[in-house]
Design a protein around this ligand. Sequence first.
Ligand code: NAX
Ligand code: ATP
Ligand code: MG
Length: 373
Amino acid sequence: MLVKHGVISALTRSTSYSLPSSSSSSSVLRRQQFLVRTLCASRTHLPNLIRAMSSTSEADAESVLRTVTPSLDPKRHKGQAGKIAVIGGCREYTGAPYFAAISALKIGADLSHVFCTKDAAPVIKSYSPELIVHPVLEESYTISQLSEEEKRKVQDKVIGEVDKWMERFDCLVIGPGLGRDPFLLECVSKIMLVAKKFNVPFVVDGDGLFLVTNSIDLVKSYPLAVLTPNVNEYKRLVQKVLNCEVDEENAEDQLRSLAKQIGGVTILRKGKTDLISNGEIVKSVSIYGSPRRCGGQGDILSGSVAVFLSWAQQLKSGQVSPSENPSILGCIAASGLLRKAASLAFTKHKRSTLTGDIIECLGESLEDICPAS
Ligand SMILES: NC(=O)C1=CN([C@@H]2O[C@H](COP(=O)(O)OP(=O)(O)OC[C@H]3O[C@@H](n4cnc5c(N)ncnc54)[C@H](O)[C@@H]3O)[C@@H](O)[C@H]2O)[C@@H](O)CC1
Ligand SMILES: Nc1ncnc2c1ncn2[C@@H]1O[C@H](COP(=O)(O)OP(=O)(O)OP(=O)(O)O)[C@@H](O)[C@H]1O
Ligand SMILES: [Mg+2]
């Protein structure tokens, strides 16, 4: 343990991340181990792996799903299969955070929280009693009458409300249905700083990517950040970071450059084929899939990445090669499962397939690949 902690300290010093002071809790320890595995994977072992795999290779998503999904052990207590929090949900969008949060539960996480605006909270609560919903975020229109001093107090309160829960979460999903209100996004930037302080991994999606694209330092060189851009979000990222247009001919190399340029974050580029890179390796997932493009499928994906990433970080060393980055494994597993569930839902519902139908197929699809008993 002491040796491990020494390694952790050295690694965290070299990346200028500080560990939380109460590093005795098991979730903090797990995150430290995750950080070590992620850094080891990206610094020590990957060069060898890259030499062996210079071009993109199709991931064996089913095998990754079997590796990362924990067995249902009666000795485990509530929380050990994952505690996820979605930061998103505003006046316009209540579906997206719900889809992300409920997908996490349907896959097998124990607890799923949503931090959203006060307007969105009763709506999201009414979709499901399973979710723990915190009405804490504020948009500009609710505070327009306040002085600058009072606005700062509101911001501190918002951040305090999330901060007090932060250490309990295994992963955050930042952005589904967040909206683009400037005051709200400023609060979310601060929430990201708190997550980084506690080494909590986060998946950035939807409007979280709008925020990050305009303030890339929020995620730059944070090894526990995963970005899940769709076609538009990817285009904006490429334009902003690489200062060029999307190059479909050299899609893999461009994705690798983009991830490298953002300091080795993991990027899952969604599309006909999902491409995943951490700036070193590039993996693809193209199995299954559905021709229906109804809104909300990306939200299922971001909630799923959070769960599989959390499970991948719990794997004991020995079960998985140290060169396998938990963030990459989480992305491969989530992409494979979503595509299988979408395919199954489509065989049942054809043109009328909706996101809710795909969510209903998550359990059956996972069961098919790794049965619960
Ligand atoms: N039911 C809901 O509450 C949903 C809310 N969503 C949220 O809506 C917000 C905005 O997300 P968007 O994905 O619309 O933002 P984008 O910036 O990706 O899309 C903006 C515009 O681009 C178009 N577009 C999207 N995908 C495209 C594609 N593949 N090819 C061409 N044009 C495309 C959209 O129709 C939209 O008009 C996010 O916070 C997101 O999470 C979405 O997740 C969908 C479901
Ligand atoms: N052309 C396609 N063919 C097959 N599957 C696709 C295609 N485009 C996207 N997908 C699948 O759908 C998933 C969601 O991608 P999509 O581009 O719809 O995300 P999004 O726009 O962020 O969704 P949302 O509406 O939730 O915001 C991807 O992970 C991918 O597996
Ligand atoms: Mg989206």
